[in-house]
Write a protein that binds this ligand. Structure first.
Ligand code: FES
Length: 123
C-alpha cells in the first residue's frame, strides 16, 4: 500500500490553503478520476518564497501536493521546473501502481503556476 512518507503527508499535509495576491496560480484536473489541484506561488527575485495548495482528491493526490510544496519552497523558478511527477513519486518512497496517475497532478499544477507567473510578467 502507501509508504510511510505518503501516509505522513496525507495525514499532516504541509502548506494547505491559498495565498492572497499570489504571483502565479495553476490548476489541473485529472481526467481519470475528476480530482482537481491548485497551486499558488509567491515569487521574489526569481525564487519561490511561498507556496500553498488546495487539492480535492485522493490520499495520494494530497500527499503529492504536500510533497511538491515542500520540494519547491526556496527554489528558483528554473529549479522548480525540473521537478517532475516522477521525482515527486520517488521522493514519496513510491506510489502503488494504480495510484501513479495521481502523481501527474503535482508537478503539472506547479509548472502551470510558474507559467501563469511569467504570463503576468509580460502583461
Ligand atoms: Fe484522483 Fe488520485 S484518484 S488523483
Amino acid at each position: 500500500m502507501y509508504s510511510e512518507k505518503v501516509m505522513n503527508h496525507f495525514l499532516h499535509p504541509k502548506n494547505v490553503g491559498e495565498i492572497e495576491n499570489a504571483d502565479g496560480i495553476g490548476t489541473v484536473g485529472n481526467p481519470v478520476c475528476g480530482d482537481v489541484m491548485t497551486f499558488y506561488i509567491k515569487v521574489d527575485n526569481n525564487r519561490i518564497v511561498d507556496v500553498k495548495f488546495k487539492t480535492f482528491g485522493c490520499a495520494a493526490a494530497i500527499a503529492v501536493s504536500s510533497m511538491v510544496s515542500e520540494m519547491v519552497k526556496g527554489k528558483t523558478l528554473d529549479e522548480a521546473l525540473k521537478i517532475t511527477n516522477k521525482t515527486v513519486a520517488e521522493e514519496l518512497g513510491g506510489l502503488p501502481p494504480q495510484k501513479l496517475h495521481c502523481s501527474n497532478l503535482g508537478a503539472d499544477a506547479l509548472h502551470r503556476a510558474i507559467e501563469n507567473y511569467w504570463e503576468r510578467q509580460k502583461a
